[in-house]
Design a protein around this ligand. Structure first.
Ligand SMILES: Cc1ncc(COP(=O)(O)O)c(C=O)c1O
Length: 310
């Protein structure tokens, strides 16, 4: 939902495209949604892992489009050894309290383009150009806002960053134990990972044969004590299906797009392929603090709950 807000706040019109079994924007979906007014493509690397980012990058290069990556949920993840967030013109990270590493609140933008860097730096601080050390003598590159991270938060963030490799190692180990045990359950299949080695492993996402069984599976998992399982189809967090506030463009301030003649009626957005995939997908949170016994219990409870449903 935050990604769509960012597009609207920029005065741009978000156009939705279908996902694939990576659970991220698909190159085919983007191609189908392309129009002469398309300027940028903004994949979200959901739940710790990657879109088919090399294909999206090639598509953008071929069509003269700007690639921006929302890697907020995928810090530490990579594709073929290159960090997610580093493929496009800019990559965005969040360090809010539920992210892999956190500094309370705050985030980061990465780019290798000096002009984008200067614009982001200025926009986040009321347009200041940050030249010299006299704030009153600084010029303003643009009308900006205050998206500054505090130095206290940043200090925590730097310390967290040093822990990232260890965090990823634990997540990957815990996820592998669960995934290995679930391989043999008939009816359970897994989210496609274009590069499994680069998965940050914050979630284990799997598919159940149909939406009703997925609903039942989430209930059975909860009843078996397996917490942290999300069915995004019914959960308002990450999927457009029930974002009525967005469909109706309810905003605190007037949004620029509302006055654009070509702004579509978002109430009629249809994404049948994405509905079918999200309807069957369950994401299980992978925690760092599980003891060996807790992990073993979780593996056993997960397998028996899913065998009974899938
Ligand atoms: C995919 C994605 N994009 C953007 C954000 C927004 O991050 P923040 O709240 O730090 O601005 C989040 C955080 O929830 C996210 O998960």
């Amino acid at each position: 939902v935050a990604t769509v807000e960012a597009v609207l706040m920029a005065g741009a019109i978000p156009v939705f495209a279908e996902i694939d079994e990576t659970l991220c924007l698909s190159p085919e979906g983007v191609a189908a949604a392309l129009t002469p007014t398309t300027r940028a493509v903004l994949p979200v690397h959901m739940c710790g892992a990657m879109a088919r980012i090399d294909e999206l990058k090639a598509f953008c290069d071929k069509n003269g489009l700007i690639l921006i990556e929302d890697a907020c949920q995928s810090v530490g993840a990579s594709y073929q050894g290159k960090a997610l967030g580093a493929f496009g013109k800019a990559g965005c990270f969040s360090f809010d309290p539920v992210k892999t590493i956190t500094c309370g609140e705050g985030g980061a933008v990465v780019t290798d383009d000096a002009a984008v860097y200067a614009a982001a730096h200025a926009f986040a601080d009321h347009g200041h150009d940050h030249i010299g050390n006299d704030r009153g003598a600084e010029d303003h590159l643009m009308i900006g806002a205050n998206y500054r991270i505090s130095e206290l938060n940043a200090a925590v963030g730097l310390a967290q960053l040093r822990k990232l490799d260890g965090i990823l190692e634990t997540q990957r180990r815990n996820k592998a134990a669960l995934k290995d045990a679930m391989q043999a359950i008939p009816g359970v299949t897994f989210r496609q990972l274009p590069d499994a080695a680069g998965d940050s492993a914050t979630f284990l996402t799997f598919f159940i044969p149909d939406v009703e069984k997925a609903r039942q599976a989430v209930k059975s998992l909860a009843a078996a004590g397996v917490d942290g399982c999300f069915h995004w189809f019914d959960n308002n967090w990450h999927y457009i299906r029930k974002w009525d506030h967005f469909r109706e463009l309810k905003a605190a301030a007037r949004l620029a797009v509302q006055t654009l003649p070509d702004c579509p009626d978002f109430r009629s957005v249809q994404l049948p392929q994405s509905d079918a995939l999200i309807g069957r997908a369950i994401s299980m949170q992978i925690k760092l603090g599980w003891t060996t016994e807790q992990l073993a219990q979780r593996v056993a409870a997960t397998v028996s709950a899913l065998k009974a449903v899938a």
